[in-house]
Design a protein around this ligand. Structure first.
Ligand SMILES: Nc1ncnc2c1ncn2[C@@H]1O[C@H](COP(=O)(O)OP(=O)(O)OP(=O)(O)O)[C@@H](O)[C@H]1O
Length: 731
């Protein structure tokens, strides 16, 4: 039997009215723009842009998802603000300060709300009305029974099958997340959390929240950075769906605006040296070493005459300009002017002494090739690429620039013969970026930067971001345990000190929204091996069941993987086949041979039910099902193999399957006790107990609720939880 909420019809009408008003408002605005006769091309262009934004802003999510009542006030909360024709507010936008109480209120701590009501709607038709918070008042329609539950709207949202792209979640933002989203926009805010705790979600919604609430920051421009185009493609639709289209989104490699592109990789030891902060000192010093004058005299031929400038005058001039804080190329221009003025003066003085006419002014002197050659000797001009290439291939220069900074074997890693070609690595790009800054000064800057998967940033990458955000206002998203690159750190401070001078505030997210508990339990066996101090998140997903482990022969491995993927496809589940990088091309070929259409994850092609992804690119992604191929090869793929496994095993929302032919790595098998042993040895078991002790009432209630769900209450009890504190009405 289903019971309809007594106010169901009334709420449906309210929601319909909101949609009508939005439709009419947008249609009117569109008509106004279309009718507007722009006199200038730039105005017409701006109007067309406004029209495009307007048409986009219909969005696809629920327009109205909540209502909150105080004793004397009732507000509806939605994806965007809606007014009626008299400019009365019908729906408050999720980002408005007035909506804060909606997100903050929990059954345990309702604040001043007497009612927090959540709507579940599909295609403009209300499906359910759930009263999540009901304070007992004379008018209340329900009674409280002292029990908390995971929001039904959240469970419904999480149960939706993945369609390959991240979505906005304004309707179900949790209070732990909301606190970070609306944290003031100044300084560095670090969001640490295990896999699937919503860090990317929080970062993107925070960017939108700041865009709406901090016009000063928005005016300066905002940027979201992801480590790969694969991840960027996955989440890049979220901000436009929140009506924010003016935030730049970029992958890390695109940050460097020069001509070089990263086309090759290098040994981790070399990447580590190039990514270290010492490299910035080395580059600055190397540039400095190319500036100076130690010749006795500069002689400039002028027809039959000679212009002579004593060496010490030039030396003083160069040193004076070196002392000014100017980018290299700008300083060179200053020197060029000053040197030609000095030469012109010396020439004029000498001519006058000999009663001869002055034959050259500053401009004439600046055209002399001897002048320009001398200028190049004392203050050369480079592109960043020319500078770095030349430095890498000049032993003597490298030796003097690296003195006291790098050991001889480290320095040797930087050397490459000038014949080695033009191939650049990612670490090179950030050396080039540093040099570009030294040569030309700042380029594009922003008022706030959100960095996803920040745990992998090198100090040089962090410096490049710091240069682009002079105010030091950052949102840094990441998980220290998921660092799989060259940089593995114990604390965020080791990274944030390169981003800004002020201390960072670190916020930890503890609830996992992605990975089902059984898969997380298996993945967590890697955690003591990688970050013993970090706890896995508390998963609120049950998933389909225990991880499945399939053993195969070497010949059949990829065929069996594809067959498995097909099986899930037939169940309408998306699957991500996560492979050791070395197996990737072969897997594409096997899929082709078996006529299975697969998306190529390297290109961010997530539209099909089956997507192949090399594990090195799987960070931040998620699929209904993850088919993890040959974990032993993944573990052996890099020095951070265990971390890479942890990341790969935490990409699924429903089911984790493992297909292997080699022996499974340590701590990996379901029955492997290594994880538990280590857990005890590292004292992590105590820290888990400690964590539970530290949970606030709200989280503890969530955990209790989770335990009940995992214990599997009878179906009918779940459908109609009678006696719960939150009264629930089902249509
Ligand atoms: N409040 C929420 N409501 C609905 N879905 C949510 C919420 N928070 C997170 N999710 C979902 O949980 C999943 C994981 O979120 P997200 O990718 O942001 O986590 P993450 O912490 O960045 O993960 P990773 O560490 O793997 O990068 C996504 O599908 C996201 O939409």
């Amino acid at each position: 039997m289903t019971i309809q909420h007594p106010e169901f019809e009334q709420e449906q009408r309210y929601i319909e009215q909101a949609y009508d008003l939005l439709d009419r408002g947008l249609a009117d605005a569109e008509q106004n723009i279309v009718n507007f006769e722009a006199l200038h091309r730039s105005t017409a262009h701006a109007m067309n842009r406004a029209l495009a934004i307007l048409r986009n802003s219909r969005g696809s999510g629920q327009l109205v998802f909540g209502r909150m009542d105080r004793e004397d006030e009732q507000l509806y909360i939605g994806r965007r603000r809606v007014y009626d024709t008299d400019r009365n507010l019908v729906v408050v936008g999720w980002h408005a300060p007035a909506a804060a109480a909606f997100y903050d209120a929990t059954p345990q701590e309702p604040g001043d709300l007497v009612l927090k009501r959540v709507f579940i709607e599909q295609d403009r038709r209300l499906q359910r009305v759930v009263d999540e918070v009901v304070r007992q008042t004379a008018q209340s329609i329900a009674t409280s029974a002292g029990d908390a539950s995971i929001s039904d709207a959240l469970l419904q949202e999480l149960d939706r099958s993945r369609d390959g792209a991240m979505r906005e979640v304004v309707a179900t933002i949790q209070s732990e997340q909301y606190r970070v989203i609306r944290h003031p926009g100044d300084g560095v805010v670090v969001v640490q959390g295990g896999p699937g705790t919503g860090k990317t979600v929080v970062g993107l919604h925070r960017a939108a929240w700041l865009a709406f609430n901090r016009p000063d920051i928005r005016k300066l421009g905002m940027l979201v950075v992801a480590p790969s185009t694969t991840l960027l493609t996955y989440f890049s639709g979220v901000l436009p769906s929140l009506d924010v289209s003016d935030i730049d989104q970029m992958d890390l490699d695109s940050l460097y605006g020069g001509e070089a592109r990263a086309t090759t990789v290098e040994p981790v030891e070399t990447a580590r040296i190039k990514g270290s902060a010492a490299m910035s000192v080395l580059l600055r010093r190397a540039l400095d070493q190319r500036i100076g004058w130690d010749e006795d005299e500069l002689v400039l031929p002028l027809g039959a005459d000679r212009i002579r400038i004593p060496g010490d005058e030039i030396y003083r001039l160069v040193e004076d300009i070196k002392g000014r804080v100017l980018p290299h190329n700008e300083a060179r221009d200053v020197l060029r002017q000053a040197l030609s003025a000095l030469a012109a003066k010396n020439h004029a003085d000498a001519q006058r002494l000999q009663n001869r006419p002055v034959r050259a002014n500053e401009a004439t002197i600046r055209r002399l090739s001897a002048f320009n050659n001398a200028l190049d000797r004392m203050w050369p001009s480079f592109t960043p690429e020319e500078f770095v290439r030349s430095l890498y291939s000049t032993q003597s220069w490298l030796i003097s620039a690296a003195e006291g900074l790098l050991a001889a074997d480290e320095r040797a890693r930087l050397f490459r013969s000038s014949l080695d070609g033009e191939a650049w690595t990612r670490a090179d790009l950030f050396c080039l970026d540093e040099v570009s800054f030294l040569l030309n000064g700042d380029s594009m800057t922003y008022g706030h930067i959100v960095i996803d998967e920040a745990q992998d940033l090198s100090p040089m990458e962090a410096r490049a971001l710091a240069r682009r955000c002079p105010s030091g206002s950052f949102t840094v998203l990441g998980d220290l345990a998921q660092a799989t690159g060259v940089w593995v750190r114990d604390t965020w401070q080791e990274l944030t000190e390169h981003l800004a001078t002020a201390d960072a505030s670190v916020h930890t997210l503890t609830i996992g929204y992605r990975v089902p508990a059984p898969a997380l339990a298996l993945a967590a066996k890697q955690l003591p091996l990688v970050s013993p101090d970090l706890e896995p998140p508390l998963s609120i997903r049950v998933g389909r069941g225990e991880p499945q482990i399939w053993q195969s022969s070497t010949e059949e491995l990829l065929v069996e993987v594809m067959t498995l993927a097909e099986r899930y496809r037939d169940e309408s589940l998306t699957s991500g086949v996560l492979l050791p990088d070395a197996l990737y091309d072969e897997a594409l070929r096997v899929a082709g041979d078996q006529h299975i259409k697969v998306g190529d994850g390297r290109d961010g092609d997530f539209a099909l039910e089956v997507t192949l992804v090399p594990v090195s690119l799987c960070k931040g992604l998620e699929f209904d099902v993850v088919i993890l191929v040959e974990p032993a090869a993944i573990a052996a793929q890099s020095v951070q193999g265990a971390r890479q496994l942890y990341v790969a095993m935490t990409r699924c929302t429903q089911q984790l399957d493992v297909v292997h032919c080699e022996v499974l790595p340590a701590g990996f098998s379901q029955h492997d006790e290594l994880g538990d042993e280590l857990l005890e040895r590292e004292g992590a078991a105590e820290s888990m107990i400690d964590l539970l002790g530290r949970l606030n009432a709200e989280d503890l209630a969530l955990v209790e609720s989770l335990v009940r769900r995992l214990a599997g209450p009878p179906e009918e009890v779940r459908a109609l939880p009678s006696g719960q504190r939150d009264e629930e009405w089902i249509q």
